[in-house]
Design a protein around this ligand. Sequence first.
Ligand code: SF4
Length: 396
Amino acid sequence: MFRKVFIIIHLRRFFVKRLGISVASASPIVAGDARAPTDLKGLLPEQLRALAIELGGPAYRGDQLFRWIHEQGVCDFEAMSNLPKAFRAALREAGAIVGNLRLLERRDSATGMAAKFLFEATAGQIESVLIVDGDRRTACLSSQVGCALDCKFCATGRMGFRRNLGAGEIVDQLLQLHAAATQRGERVTNVVMMGMGEPLLNYNEVTRALRIIRHADGPTIGGRRITVSTAGYLPGIRQLAADDLNVGLAISLNATTDEVRERLMPINRKWPIAELLTAAREYFDKKGRRVTFEYVLMDGVTDSDEDAHRLAELTREIPSKINIIPYNELGDEGQATGMTFRRPPRRRIDEFLRRLRDNTDHTVTLRESRGGDIGAACGQLYRQQETGRQPATATA
Ligand code: SF4
């Protein structure tokens, strides 16, 4: 027992010093516990090679591990038949595991256009959504358990922040959605970090997960097909712009004046709209990729004619796409949590779109929810499970 604890502590120091992985993320299962397991699903090939050497094996054992985990989807060391018995034993003794989130619930929308997955994670539950859109199969992944940013229209914001997910837990969401798609003869083609949590507040784990996701021996989803969505955490946007990870950026804008945005999204008090748009422009200048602006239409709050004109004006100088998302009402759940925003009537949505399109050269897309009947808005399925309520009628 003493020897085992010694080896685990030694390896945790190794993860922190040699691989640059935080103690918490090296042991995402029980952060801060010296005896907690280390999830190899969240390590890059070079990190697994370094681990293999540390355990007394040749470096290529790390590549074999990576392929078993990400190509074959194997989580049990005993099933990794080309690894020597002694090496498998060394992995176990070192406290290594290949994490596998437990699926608590899956809901498929009646239209077949979305499937929502609720997973058990330490300190709470997380959600992922598989979205069908033409030839695309997009996995919408969570980055945190809960969220600290407290956006007033968001069910996850009501949970508060519980903890950051480890890279392995983020990758595992994708692998499980990919397995579900494979059962239908399909594969996940796109990834959006737009589930529970603010991904740029969990920067290191999210970006390591995305490096694994785009790796040639892994899920192989290229950076062109990966998007990170932020509520407007500026230091994270600038860090991502400077990073060699070439992924798309989506900004959840949702208002055209600071007054309204501050009410909806408290983060706007720290980084108001003008600064956010400057950072968006810088992102385009550095990456050469159009930024996506997400704009949720809420009846009487963000859907006026003036909003449509201001939105066109604010985004005029930024090469971008604009997604208009009619609010996904929460029904009883919304009443219970004080979220009483409403989806605008169809005529108002059409008028907003017409005015916006008349005043901008950017591509404007109406994003209707493909999973309103399964509670496919951020954090809804989790809260329904927690409260035992049913989702509201399909909306956004
Ligand atoms: S909308 Fe996103 S950033 Fe805002 S509270 Fe919800 S999860 Fe957090």
